[in-house]
Each structure stands twice: as C-alpha cells, then as structure tokens.
Design a protein around this ligand. Structure first.
Ligand code: ADP
Ligand code: MG
Length: 250
C-alpha cells in the first residue's frame, strides 16, 4: 500500500532519515521500532506530508504522493494521528470527533438559508457517528466530558477515534502507548486489531513497548541512525545481532 524508496530527510548537515526504504503492505499492522533519535518520527512526518523530504519517493497504491500536504493525504485515506491540540481541550469528546470530517456544509457560508436544515441534519448524523465511534472504543461514557479532562490513554483512544470519523485506509500512530497504563494500552491494542480486522485498516505503529509490538505487529521494521536495520517477525527481530547492538549502543 505504502512504499518508501530511498528517503532522505536532512536537518542542516544532520541526516535524520538517511536513505530509508520501507514497504507497508495492505492489511498489515506494521511495527516501527528503534532507539531514540533513529528517525522514526521524522520518517512518519515525511510520509504524512508534515515535512518535505530532502530526496526520495513515497507512493500509495502505486501513486506518487511524495510531498503532498496532509490535507490531500487525508482525502486519500492516509492519516497520522496528532495529539489533541490545546484549543480543543475545552470541547467535549463528542465535539472533538465531530470536528474531524472536512468539507461539511458549515464551512461554506453561502446559501445559508437553504443550508441550515442540511447542516442540522449533518450535525445529527455526525453526532450519531461520533457516538458509534466512542462505543467501539469503549469510551462512550466520556462523550460529554471535556477532552482536556481525559487521561493520557483516553486521549490516545480519542486520537484513534478521529481516524474513524473518515474513511481511513492507512493510519500512522506515533508512540501510541507513551505514558499509558497497561489496561488502557490493552484497550488501545484491541481497538487497533479490531479496526484492522473489521474495517480493513492498515496500520504503521511506532511503539517502544515490545510486548505490545510483539502482540500486534507483523512485520516489524527496525530503524537506527536514519536507516532500516532489519525487518521481520518480532521474535526474529529480537534475536538479530545488529538490532541488539543498536539498542545496546545507546
Ligand atoms: P525518533 O522518533 O526515532 O526518536 P526523530 O525522527 O524524532 O527520532 O529524530 C531523529 C533525529 O533528527 C534526532 O537526532 C533529532 O534530534 C533530529 N531532528 C528531528 N527533528 C528535527 C528538526 N526539526 N530539526 C533538527 N533536528 C531534528
Ligand atoms: Mg519519535
């Protein structure tokens, strides 16, 4: 689904991503691991159009998407989750989800009179969809809670929920488990697996928790110093000498 070819992203003279090539197969939950500073987030940001690459190519289903802005990628079903922005923390969980789909009539201010009824109908549909998403993620009891009051793990679930408000195909998750307790991490893992199996989402997941990676991801790609070190099943990866050395070397 996603093919990254010989990607470079330099910051001044520093090669954060240094000729990385990866493939994310349709229907997979691909893990991306590696020591801090390996270039994982930078790679995600280039794929998701947040940062332009210095050189290299990214394709989605054979189409060149290199350097497309996040908005265009969003419409193609390629999503990278982001932390709930500060501005949205005083909105409720349901409202945060309702914000996601773009191109709603509410954005076009023309034809206000005729549009009004349609907007109301769309809002009801959006609210219903948001409630369905929250139920799927087992946080429907938090629908009317302010997003700013959620725990770290609940916020991660809400971020995942945002991808469900649109027709996502491939979702990039950066450190899904950071600062999340074990119970919620399992809930997040279950949600990812269900989205993968029941809705056909392809995932690429950066995470440091190897239990989580081992349980969810196949294959696992290992990066170090801007390059891809290894790719394979989680248990094979953990036996790989170069991988062990890369982790011990930091
Ligand atoms: P990872 O996510 O694997 O921990 P990052 O992609 O965040 O690694 O960072 C890779 C390297 O690139 C790090 O050494 C980091 O300091 C550097 N880096 C990341 N973003 C920038 C930036 N905007 N400007 C300069 N250096 C950066
Ligand atoms: Mg990172």
């Amino acid at each position: 689904m996603i093919r990254v070819e010989n990607l470079h992203r330099h910051f001044g003279g520093f090669h954060a991503v240094d000729g990385a090539s990866i493939e994310i197969e349709t229907g997979s939950i691909t893990g991306l691991i590696g020591p801090n500073g390996a270039g994982k987030s930078t790679l995600f940001n280039v794929i998701a159009g947040v940062l332009p690459p210095t050189s290299g190519r990214v394709t989605m289903d054979g189409e060149d998407i290199t350097g497309l802005p996040p908005h265009d990628l969003f419409h193609k079903g390629l999503l990278r989750t982001f932390q709930i922005a500060h501005e949205f923390s005083s909105m409720t969980v349901r409202e945060n989800l309702m914000m996601v789909p773009s191109g709603q009539s509410g954005e076009a201010l023309w034809h206000a009179w005729f549009a009004r009824r349609r907007i109301a109908a769309e809002e009801r549909a959006l609210a219903a969809k948001a409630d369905e998403v929250l139920e799927f993620l087992t946080i429907d009891h938090l629908a009317d809670e302010k997003a700013g009051n959620l725990s770290g793990g609940q916020k991660k679930l809400l971020e995942l929920g945002r991808t469900m408000m649109v027709d996502a195909k491939v979702v990039f998750l950066d450190e899904v488990g950071a600062g999340v307790n074990r119970t919620l991490l399992n809930t997040i893992g279950d949600a990812i697996v269900r989205l993968n199996r029941e809705r056909g989402y392809t995932f690429c997941v950066i995470e440091h928790d190897m239990d989580f990676i081992g349980r969810l991801c196949d294959p696992v790609i290992v990066m170090a110093e801007g390059k891809v070190l290894a790719r394979g099943k989680a248990d094979e990866i953990m036996q790989n000498e170069a991988v062990i050395e890369a982790y011990l070397g930091t």
